[in-house]
Design a protein around this ligand. Structure first.
Ligand code: G3P
Length: 220
């Protein structure tokens, strides 16, 4: 499973990248706006840090503007994946941009039918939002499972990127459900490392080691 960071914050990207397990980054207009810098500048910085796909989202709502915006975004860096929303115009833009050889991430997916539309239009990535479905009383993970089954039935190569993951259990369930990629906020990725028994065990190992090798003078 590929791990993406869902952030536009450079400190978070740098810290995550230093661990060696970040395969890409997803941004959206909210995340870019939070950093307060122009999208081209911010995305370029991110692309220079991470060796992998970096999604940059269009803000136009009509197919023609999404297509021209997408072409511009892709000029920022070779890592850029053009992100478009799952609307009629978004699907139209996906078909056109994919036909021109661009990699497109179709976002704001909430049903298997929408995921099927994206795959048919040639999307490189589909982004189903798990947490936001849970928020309205649905089972977000069922969506990942259903998309995985449907794509398998027809051999679609569109990658399933589980988005809106809110905690480690979401990440693991998405992996079990067959997501190719999980994108998560920095704090969720950070939480994946934690277990009290790891801390306790390490403390014990170091205490035992110190008793023999640090408190006793080295022979010779
Ligand atoms: O980037 C899209 C998605 O991951 C947003 O997550 O937590 O705002 O629903 P969230």
């Amino acid at each position: 499973m590929k791990f993406f960071l869902d952030t536009a914050n450079l400190d978070e990207v740098r810290k995550g990248a230093s661990w060696g397990i970040v395969d890409g980054v997803t941004t959206n207009p909210t995340l870019i706006a939070r950093e307060g810098r122009p999208i081209a500048e911010q995305v370029h910085h991110i692309c220079e840090i991470v060796e992998g796909d970096v999604s940059a989202e269009v803000v136009g709502t009509e197919a023609e503007s999404m297509i021209s915006e997408g072409r511009e975004l892709s000029k920022i860096h070779k890592h850029v994946v053009i992100k478009v929303p799952l609307t009629r115009d978004g699907i139209k833009a996906t078909k056109a941009l994919s036909g021109e050889g661009y990699r497109v991430n179709v976002t704001l997916c909430f049903t298997p039918a929408q995921a099927l539309l994206a795959a048919k239009a040639g999307a490189y990535i589909i982004s189903p939002f798990v947490g936001r479905l849970d928020d309205i009383g649905h089972n977000g993970m069922d969506l990942i499972r259903n998309i995985a089954a449907i794509y398998k039935n027809y051999g679609y190569r569109t990658q399933i990127l589980a988005a809106s993951l809110r905690g480690p259990v979401h990440v693991i369930d998405a992996a079990l459900a067959g997501a190719h990629i999980g994108t998560m906020p920095f704090k969720v990725m950070d939480m994946l490392f934690n277990h009290p028994l790891t801390d306790k065990g390490l403390e014990q190992f170091l205490r035992d080691w110190a008793k023999v090798f640090q408190e006793t003078p080295v022979a010779g």
